[in-house]
Ligand binder design. Structure first.
Ligand SMILES: [Zn+2]
Length: 132
């Protein structure tokens, strides 16, 4: 259940940010979520609401902001959109990546030079963006 660990990290970061901003009550929490994630949003929301209980974050509204996933080729420097390439794969290949994200380097290649040596430059994972 890594949703609980993520929720815990978001709550801790939010409390720290609230402290830095001198806030005594938080009503909205803005979270950036990468297009590429294996997060169960319902489980994540539930974990958040449980962990926020009894803190100044209690009953905050959670606003998700989805970020496009982009990759950068380490060979030629070309930047390309993950979803575009992912959508071209077969159902079996998509499933492999879903279960073992590292296999992305087997199935996806740089559209410019064909290299499998690329990294995510954005759009992966989950980050606290802001609180109000
Ligand atoms: Zn390339």
């Amino acid at each position: 259940m890594h949703e609980w660990a993520l929720a815990d990290a978001v709550v801790n970061s939010s409390l720290k940010l609230a402290n830095d901003k001198g806030l005594s009550k938080v009503n909205e929490i803005f979270i950036r979520i990468g297009e590429v994630n294996n997060i169960d949003i319902d489980a994540f929301n539930f974990a958040l609401s449980e962990i926020m209980k009894g803190t100044i974050l209690e009953n905050s509204k959670i606003i998700f902001n989805e970020i496009q996933a982009n990759l950068k080729c380490n060979n030629c420097g070309f930047i390309f959109n993950y979803k575009n390439e992912f959508d071209k794969l077969s159902e079996d290949e998509k499933e492999s990546i879903h279960f073992i994200p590292e296999t992305v380097h087997i199935y996806i290649r740089c559209p410019n030079c064909g290299s499998v040596d690329f990294d995510f430059i954005e759009g992966r994972g989950i980050f606290l963006e802001d609180i109000k």
